[in-house]
Every structure is written in C-alpha cells, then in structure tokens.
Design a protein around this ligand. Structure first.
Ligand SMILES: O=C(O)CCC(=O)C(=O)O
Ligand SMILES: [Fe+2]
Length: 253
C-alpha cells in the first residue's frame, strides 16, 4: 500500500507537462476527452459545479484491455506496483461479493456468477491540492459510484471523505492502511436495495494536499441487471426492473 501511494504521489508531483503525457484529452485541440488518462472529469452539466481535483484514470480490467500507453512511466515502478495492487483488490472484491451473498442467504457465488470476464475495472488516482477557499468548493461533488463495488484507499493523514445519510454528512476518518469498501449502484439493484449505494463527496482542505485511490469494479454494458430472484417474495417485491447496464449508463464502456 505504501508503494502504491508513493508512486501516485510521485506521479502527481511532476510538472504539468510530464503528467500531460498521460493526458485524457483527445488530439483535437483539447475539445474532447476520453475516460482514461490524466486530467479532469468532463463537465456534463454546467450547474453541477467543478471539483477541486486532478485525476488519473486507468483501466485495470479486463487484463487484455489495459492500455499501457496511458500508464505513467514515472516513477518507473508505477506499472508493476499498480499491477500487483490491482491483483490484490480483485481478490478483495471476490471476498466481499461472497460475504455479501452469504449475508443475504444467497448462493455464495451468486454475484460472481453474474459477472463476465469482460467486466471493467478502473483505477482512479485522485489528487486534491490544498484549496484556499474550502467553504466555496468541494474536492469532489456528491455522487454515488455507478458500478458494483469500489475499493477506496484513503489518505492516511488527511480526511475529507463524507457520506450522506438522511440529509446529513458524516466524516469518514482518515486511517493508515485502511480500505473503504463502497457498494455501488449496480449492487444496490442486485441486492434489491437491502444494501444501499451511498452518496458521498469530498471536502477540500486549506492547508494540506490529499490523495486517494479508488478501484471501481463495474459490469459490461450488455449485462442484464435485476434484483436477485432469491431475495424476492410476496412481501419483498422487486424495487427495480430488469435492464441492460448500458441503457442506464451503469457501465464504463
Ligand atoms: O477521494 C475520496 O476519498 C473519494 C473518491 C471518490 O469518491 C471517487 O473517486 O469516486
Ligand atoms: Fe466515489
């Protein structure tokens, strides 16, 4: 974990020109951007406000779709460290899926069986510079994660992540060597809302920079999502319909 965080810190500390070698902008004068690479998120709606962060977004799954041209070459260790890190988060993902299935009295492999070897996984390195006016701008605006599961490695010293419940925001503490596991929208659907995909945001800090790394596991656009039949009966009707992930933008493809 230390190696992953220091590789990330080293990447973001480089001069802008070096980071732009991994840019997410498409070569058309910077008018369009793609999901992968270094930069900022695309602003879809002017009213949503900007987020005070830089990010590097890299596909880690499926293995044969990794695009190493977007992966940093500095620090030199970056690629190997991320490959090792991603292989471990994938194992954690599987343990969490099995545990959730057991908690719900489903077949242990129910969620794993819903997945295909085309399902995407993305590593998103977030860098939040110190912000002179934390009262005016968020590090990341409120959202829920769209996929199945997010494994989030938060900064060991600097807090900022908050989770919403009943209209109130609660701080998620910064803690060394801890991972925050976030259930995302597609899992909420498959769990028929028994487990919820939380709305969360990041507040800025006036003095300190903050780093985090989210690994998102999602589903292929063709995956048909529906509440697990084993969770439904007359008293517990489905809260969600059946649909393809891509029809609701619930995939990264
Ligand atoms: O930086 C954090 O702690 C949260 C990041 C996050 O929510 C995301 O990347 O989706
Ligand atoms: Fe998130």
């Amino acid at each position: 974990m230390d190696a992953m965080m220091s590789a990330s810190r080293e990447f973001f500390r480089q001069p802008s020109g070096e980071k732009q070698k991994c840019s997410n902008l498409i070569d058309d004068g910077g008018k369009h951007s793609e999901v992968e690479g270094y930069g900022n998120d695309k602003v879809v709606n002017q009213d949503e406000g900007l987020s005070w962060n830089d990010r590097l977004h890299l596909r880690v799954e499926p293995e044969d779709e990794r695009n190493f041209t977007k992966w940093p070459t500095h620090p030199e260790s970056f690629r190997d460290v991320l490959l090792e890190y991603a292989s471990r988060t994938k194992r954690i993902r599987d343990v969490v899926f099995r545990t959730i299935a057991k908690l719900l009295d489903l077949d242990e492999d129910y969620f794993l069986n819903q997945m295909s070897n085309k399902d995407p996984g993305f590593a998103r390195f977030n860098y939040y510079p110190p912000c002179p006016r934390p009262d005016l701008v968020l590090g990341m605006r409120p959202h829920s994660d769209a996929g199945l599961l997010t494994i989030l490695f938060v900064d060991r010293d600097v807090g900022g992540l908050q989770v919403e419940r009943d209209g109130k925001w609660y701080n998620v503490p910064a803690k060394p060597y801890s991972l925050v596991i976030n259930l995302a929208d597609c899992m909420e659907i498959m769990c028929n809302g028994i487990f919820r995909s939380p709305v969360h945001r990041v507040v800025t800090n006036a003095e300190k920079e903050r780093l985090s790394l989210a690994v998102f596991y999602a589903v292929d656009g063709e995956t048909v999502l529906e509440p697990a039949p084993g969770l439904l009966d007359d008293e517990r009707p489905p809260r969600y319909g059946k649909f393809k992930a891509k029809d609701f933008g619930l995939s990264f493809d």
